[in-house]
Design a binder for this molecule. Structure first.
Ligand SMILES: [Zn+2]
Length: 93
């Protein structure tokens, strides 16, 4: 455990010197994403103002809710467009 932590600290030191290498690892909504540093695994997310902020447990909870709401909305939109595009066809028949 102690070794893992010191290794993490060493990587963090490299990141402090050279900067983190963030990659998008999770898409929460169309504009909220989770970024993970491929070097030290430090995670960032997009806050409500569109700024990048540290992914704290609080933001993990917020993102979970956002993702659920976003998916529900997307599903509803998909169903709606499917129904409306079928409607004229049904009218003709
Ligand atoms: Zn890093």
């Amino acid at each position: 455990m102690k070794n893992a932590t010191s290794k993490q600290n060493a990587l963090k030191f490299v990141c402090d010197l050279l900067g983190h290498k963030y990659k998008v690892t999770q898409k929460v909504t169309s504009h909220v994403k989770v970024y993970t540093c491929s070097c030290c695994n430090h995670q960032l997310t997009t806050d409500s103002k569109g700024n990048l902020t540290e992914l704290t447990p609080k933001f993990q909870e917020i993102n979970k809710d956002l993702e659920r709401i976003y998916r529900n909305r997307m599903m509803r939109l998909k169903n709606k467009s499917f129904t409306s595009s079928n409607y004229p066809l049904r009218n003709i028949a």
